[in-house]
Every structure is written in structure tokens, then in C-alpha cells.
Design a protein around this ligand. Structure first.
Ligand code: ADP
Ligand code: MG
Length: 722
């Protein structure tokens, strides 16, 4: 087959400038396309319609019924607006078809006068009303379809528009029409293997591009969308799966012994039984640890699901085989908290050792943060280098220059969305003198839906702890508006009088930690001298030194404080079972995941706990809208982190889920991690099938070429360096 007659690829399309289309040309129009980021034919054909108008359902003007919604396609006959200046602006247009005329009015949309040029064909959709005996529509939605000469289609695609750039939908449609008809002769190449298209019953690339832009039926349009969304997700998954496989290929891991004496003793001595989920997840992790390939696993689990225990088992497996284990936490408070928690868990656990007379020694657990300095720091560093420290818990300090391990075997990263791929890699690289990589377990307490995890953490395997330890008393969550806060403080006093303790979390102030701290200090004083007078009220915030923080936490833990006023530093990890009341001030300023994390600080013991979400008073001048924030409402209704994660995704959209790096890479125009779960799973499965069969895509040239076209250079370099 000659080069000329080979089917057209996206690469070919990307090489053709838009100016070559008759419908565009090299002038002003080309420039306006450019302002929309559309430079070549590939850009144009992936500039998808934002809506499709079903002209089979349009009504003739004479048939319009007052009080009902209708879609009318008609020509603009006249447009006018009264002189500006007084009152709200009003634009009135008259549109007409063969059967009659209809008045459409727009309030406060002066730009409509420009949009509705007489002679153009428009689709208006809205409710038919009567005004002074005449039928009209007020503020309908409007799409300018083009000029009346345009060939009528059963379904009209409407393209994204902006008030700032003059690029009417019909201009885009004509350009697309021309581009597609020029492709027809040679045909569009399909880079996805036929076996995959068949397996998932996907339309061909060519049918999909025609079908999304120029559909004849809505079924065709849907099939087209499904295929093109799949392609977007497949590109993302191919990158992730190639990265995952490359990591596995390039690194040699440690074959850990998983039934060592330390792990066995530890589990036998636990005062409780593992939950079913903990057992399952530990088995998944142990399988990875025993495998010669290094583990890269994400452990997702709700607050209080018992992740720490799982992490400790993984770390002990490392120690059992004579290696070291490290846990990296995102903040000093958390690292300290983990260190003291893990020391308590391991208290009394002894390792067989021939270094002393008794044949045993204690497991040595050390903390390494930037606050560990001087003699202590030298001691810890020396112990890491000579292997006498078994488990180290720390912050970013662990991945700094000068931290050397004798033999790092297992790494746990408590992530909280705060570390990136690079930092995980940096700790992994501290591994072994002989180049073997440690096994890595990433923990997150902010669950995200499984399919979203496949994308956000797509280079990791995923384990889910979806069961909480028994014996928890559920947390009652209440919403209190300003004035009702008295009930809140009464409840806090009541709990304290029964020997319990309470947290009060102060509003998050994104812009300034200083302001946040000031407000926390103020709140503490206010409560101590007012609503909570007589109680012992402490303060914890991010600007305190770690020694100060530790001292306050210790007072609270040991019951020398009744109430702890804090900023969000207590969001994660803090574990005081006697605390049964959580009061979150200005709760509507927090995100769902954060509220859920904060709430998870109570309900950790056998006493019933309450979480109060306090928002400003209804009718308060600062909040004219008295609606309950949907986030607060979600928290009141559900205590299930995975369910809340779904709600969060629903409310915020997926944009916020991914960090910048991931957003840049996955340009999802059609696909939605929220709506297209089935497609995400399919794309992941397809990516594994392709990559496992052909790791460098050597025999999938078209697919590889397309990845290079869509990928950022960094990814490309990573994936295709060889
Ligand atoms: P997470 O880190 O997932 O938020 P933790 O590991 O802090 O949860 O566990 C929460 C609490 O539950 C801790 O006090 C822990 O000792 C306890 N716990 C963990 N596993 C079990 C279990 N199987 N049975 C009873 N209690 C458990
Ligand atoms: Mg291994």
C-alpha cells in the first residue's frame, strides 16, 4: 500500500493547518480558531460538540402551546433593544418560520442583540408564555445554527462558544464537515487493535468521529461518544500501565519471608482479632512481599479502618528478614503520632538475635523529622546506616541527602494526596546497596472511588480496607446553625462532666496560616472565658514547635485537658479514644474529605460520640442564602468514606481529583471518571492486554505514535527511553 493511500492517522491530521480548509482560510477566521486552541485538523476533530439539538422534536410556531416547553428552529426577523440607561436591559427579537412569528425577550443580556443577527437560523428552547395576548418566550436558551441555507440535519451539533471569541457554532460545523468529507476517501486509521474493539463492542474511530460531529440519530451519537471517551481513557491507562510494568521490569525486589517469627508473635499477641478486610489485605500484601518483583500497592481505607495495623505487619515482615522498614508521613505531628502509636503496638516485641546472651533484643523504632537534631539525629542516622534501627518513622526528612539505610526492605508512605510519584520514588531509591528495590505500600485515608483510583493511582495495585473493627459506637453527626451553637457547647460541657473530652476545630483560612492561628487563639480565649468557662481548654496549631505540639497532645491524651481547640493540624492520625465530641466551626468552609477526616478523630472508643458541624446562623447578613451546604448535608447523612467520596466526586467533578501533573496528561474532553466508570475499567483492562503482549508498543506503531502526540514530553521520555 502506498503512503498516499494509507488510512489517515491523528498524526497526519495534526500536520495539516486549519487554514487549508476552505471553510476557514488564512484570515480572521483562522485566528479566531487559534484563540480557541484549534490550530490543525486533529484539534478541530477533537473539538467536540457541547450539545446536540434534536430537530425531530422541534415544534412549528403555530403549534406552540402556552405553558409548555418547546424547541423552535426559526429565522431571526428583527431584533431591538430600548435605549440603555434606565432599568434592566431588555433585548427583544422576532423569529419566524413558515407558520408564524414568535417574540423572544431577554433581560439583562444586552449581548443578545449582537448574537441574533437578522437572517440567521436559531434554535430557541424555553417555556411558551403569553404577554398582552401574544405568545412569547422569556430568556430561552439559544443556539445560533447558521444561515437558513444550511442543509438541514435531523440532529444539529452545537459547539462550545465564548462571548469573547467570535466563533459561531455553524462556522465550526462547516469546518468539521469539510474536514471529515476530505477524510472519507482515504479513511481514518484506527490505532486500537480490532480484537479490543470487538471485545468491548466499540465503534470504529472513523464512525465515531463522524458520529459525534454529524450524527443521524442519538444512538449513533452515543456510540460515538463511548468510543472516543474510551480512547481518551485508554491513552491515560496505557501511560500508567506502561509505567507500572516498566517499574516492575527495571527493578529487582526482595523475596521476603512472610511467616517469620516476629509477625507471628505480633499477631498472636494482639488483644483483638483482625477484621476480615485486614486479613484479606494482609494476604494481598504478603503475596507481593514474597514475590521477587517489588510491591507498589495502594492501601485505601476509611478513617479508623485499621490501616496502621496492616502497615505494621508489612514493616515487620521486612524486619523479620533482617531488613529495615520506613514509614513516611506528610507532617511532623503525624509522624510523631505514628511513632508513639507504633511503639505502643510493638511494646515488648522481641527479635531473635545472637548479639547478646539472651538471644533476643527489642525491635528498635526511631523517629526522624527535622526536629530531631544534634546528638539524637546522629544516633538515628548511624543506626539506619549500620542496620541497628529496625523501623524508622519520619517526614520528608527521610528522603534527604545523608540518610543512608543498611538495607531498606519495606517502605510505607502515608500519603494523604500530599506526596507525588517522585517522592515515593526517592524513598524507594534509598533501598539497597545491591540495587534491589524495597517494597512500597502507599496508604491513603481519603478514599476515592475505585475507578477514579485506577486513574489517579493507576501505576499502583489497589487494596481496599472496607470494613471497620467491631465494637465502634457510631458517631452521631449534627448540623447546628449559629444561634444553635449554645446546644453545642451544652453538649460539650455534658460530655466533659461525664469524663469525656472534646475537640473544637477552627475555620480553615486558606490564604493565611497566620490568620488561621490568630482565630484559633481567639476562639480558645473566648470559649475558656465564656461558653466553656471552668473547663481546661488547650490549643494546638501548625505554628507551634513540635515539642510544644507534642506537649499539648500529651496533656490531652492523658486527660489533663478537657477540650482541645485546634486548627486542621489534627485532621489526620490523632488518636484519643476518650475524645467523644468534635465541634467543627464554619464547617461549610471545609471539603467533604476533610470533614470526614476530622470527624474520624472521635468515635474511636466505646463511648458514643457526636460530631457537630457548625455553620453561620440563617438570616445572618453574611449568608443571605440559608441553604445547607450539600457537603454538610452529606456528612450528616453518611458515615461511609467510600460513599462520601462518590458524593464528593459528584459535587466537585473530577478536575479536583487529580494533581496538576495528572491533569496535564489526561486531557479528558469527553470521558468522565464519574460517569464513565465502566469505560475506565475497560480501558484499564485493554491497556494491560496491549502492554503485556507488547511492552514497548513496538508492534502497535499507530497507538504508540498517538501516545507520543498526546503526551507531555516528560512522559514520552519516561516511556520510550530505551
Ligand atoms: P486508620 O489508620 O485506618 O485510620 P487505625 O489503624 O488508626 O485506623 O485504627 C483505628 C483504631 O482501631 C486503633 O485504635 C486500632 O488500635 C484499632 N484497631 C485496628 N484494628 C483493629 C481490630 N481488628 N479490632 C479492633 N480494633 C482495631
Ligand atoms: Mg517483594
Amino acid at each position: 500500500m502506498s503512503e498516499q493511500s494509507a488510512p489517515i492517522t491523528f498524526r497526519d491530521l495534526a500536520d495539516i493547518d486549519l487554514a487549508r480548509l476552505k471553510a476557514v482560510g488564512a484570515g480572521k477566521r483562522r485566528e479566531n480558531f487559534g484563540k480557541f486552541g484549534i490550530e490543525n485538523l486533529a484539534d478541530l476533530l477533537t473539538h467536540y460538540p457541547r450539545r446536540w439539538i434534536d430537530r425531530t422534536r422541534e415544534a412549528r410556531i403555530e403549534d406552540l402551546v402556552e405553558g409548555l416547553d418547546a424547541l423552535v428552529v426559526a429565522e431571526v426577523r428583527a431584533v431591538s433593544s430600548p435605549p440603555r440607561g434606565r432599568g434592566p436591559s431588555r433585548v427583544t427579537a422576532t423569529i419566524g418560520d413558515d407558520t408564524g412569528r414568535l417574540t423572544v425577550v431577554f433581560f439583562n443580556q444586552p449581548w443578545r442583540e449582537r448574537q441574533l443577527a437578522p437572517g440567521s437560523l436559531v434554535a430557541v428552547h424555553g417555556k411558551v408564555t403569553a404577554f398582552r395576548g401574544q405568545r412569547q418566550m422569556a430568556n430561552p436558551t439559544v443556539d445560533v445554527l447558521g444561515d437558513p441555507g444550511e442543509r438541514p440535519r435531523p440532529i444539529v451539533s452545537v459547539y462550545p462558544q465564548s462571548e469573547k471569541v467570535d466563533l459561531p457554532s455553524w462556522v465550526v460545523r462547516r469546518a468539521v464537515d469539510e474536514a471529515l468529507s476530505r477524510c472519507r476517501a482515504r479513511g481514518l486509521d484506527d490505532p486500537v487493535p480490532a480484537s479490543i474493539l470487538e471485545r468491548f463492542t466499540l465503534a470504529s474511530r472513523q464512525d465515531a468521529l463522524f458520529g459525534i460531529h454529524l450524527p443521524d440519530t442519538f444512538a449513533v451519537k452515543e456510540a460515538a461518544r463511548r468510543r472516543l471517551a474510551f480512547d481518551e481513557l485508554l491513552r491515560v491507562q496505557l501511560v500508567l500501565v506502561m509505567r507500572k510494568r516498566a517499574m516492575e521490569r527495571d527493578s529487582v525486589g526482595i523475596v521476603h519471608r512472610v511467616d517469620g517469627p516476629l509477625v507471628r508473635r505480633f499477631l498472636a499477641d494482639l488483644p483483638y482479632r483482625l477484621t476480615g478486610a485486614q486479613e484479606r489485605v494482609i494476604r494481598e500484601i504478603e503475596r507481593d512481599l514474597a514475590d521477587p518483583r517489588p510491591m507498589h500497592r495502594l492501601l485505601q481505607g476509611d478513617v479508623g479502618a485499621g490501616k496502621t495495623l496492616v502497615a505494621v505487619v508489612a514493616m515487620l515482615v521486612g524486619v523479620d528478614g533482617g531488613h529495615q522498614s520506613a514509614l513516611m508521613a506528610p507532617t511532623e505531628v503525624l509522624a510523631e503520632q505514628h511513632a508513639s502509636g507504633i511503639r505502643r503496638l510493638l511494646d515488648g516485641l522481641r527479635i531473635p538475635s545472637d548479639e547478646n546472651l539472651f538471644g533476643e533484643r527489642e525491635v528498635r523504632v526511631e523517629l526522624l523529622t527535622n526536629s530531631v537534631t544534634g546528638e539524637k539525629r546522629r544516633d538515628v542516622l548511624a543506626g539506619l546506616a549500620d542496620g541497628s534501627v529496625d523501623i524508622v518513622i519520619g517526614t520528608h526528612a527521610l528522603i534527604q541527602e545523608g540518610v543512608e539505610f543498611a538495607s531498606l526492605g519495606v517502605v510505607v508512605v502515608d500519603e494523604q494526596h500530599r506526596f507525588g510519584v517522585e517522592q515515593r520514588a526517592a524513598l524507594r531509591d534509598k533501598g539497597q546497596a545491591d540495587g534491589r528495590s524495597p517494597d512500597v505500600l502507599v496508604m491513603t485515608a481519603t478514599p476515592i472511588p475505585r475507578t477514579a483510583a485506577m486513574t489517579v493511582y493507576g501505576d499502583l495495585d489497589v487494596s481496599i480496607l472496607d470494613e471497620k473493627p467491631p465494637g465502634r459506637t457510631p458517631i452521631v453527626t449534627r448540623h447546628a446553625r449559629g444561634v444553635e451553637a449554645n446546644d453545642v457547647w451544652a453538649d460539650v460541657r455534658d460530655q466533659v462532666s461525664r469524663g469525656r473530652q472534646a475537640y473544637v476545630v477552627c475555620p480553615l483560612i486558606e490564604e493565611s496560616e497566620k490568620l488561621e492561628v490568630a482565630s484559633a487563639e481567639e476562639t480558645r480565649i473566648r470559649l475558656e472565658t465564656g461558653e466553656l468557662a471552668g473547663l481546661r481548654v488547650g490549643l494546638l496549631h501548625g505554628r507551634m514547635s513540635s515539642a510544644e505540639k507534642e506537649a499539648v497532645m500529651d496533656s490531652f491524651r492523658t486527660g489533663r485537658l478537657d477540650v482541645l481547640v485546634a486548627t486542621t493540624v489534627i485532621e489526620v492520625g490523632v488518636d484519643v479514644p476518650n475524645a467523644t465530641a468534635m465541634v467543627i466551626l464554619d464547617a461549610d468552609r471545609f471539603g467533604i474529605a476533610q470533614l470526614h477526616q476530622l470527624r474520624g478523630r472521635v468515635g474511636r472508643g466505646s463511648h458514643e460520640s457526636t460530631c457537630w458541624l457548625v455553620t453561620s446562623a440563617a438570616g445572618d447578613e453574611s449568608t443571605l442564602v440559608a441553604e445547607v451546604s450539600p457537603r454538610v448535608e452529606a456528612l450528616v447523612e453518611s458515615d461511609d468514606g467510600f460513599h462520601l467520596a462518590e458524593v464528593d466526586l459528584e459535587l466537585r467533578g473530577e478536575g479536583t481529583l487529580m494533581n496538576k501533573e495528572q491533569k496535564g496528561r489526561s486531557d479528558l474532553k469527553l470521558a468522565s471518571l464519574r460517569r464513565d466508570r465502566e469505560l475506565v475499567a475497560m480501558a484499564r483492562e485493554a491497556a494491560f492486554a496491549v502492554v503485556d503482549d507488547d511492552p514497548t508498543l513496538a508492534s502497535h506503531a499507530a497507538l504508540r505514535d498517538e501516545l507520543e502526540l498526546f503526551l507531555r514530553p516528560e512522559d514520552e521520555e519516561f516511556l520510550f527511553k530505551s
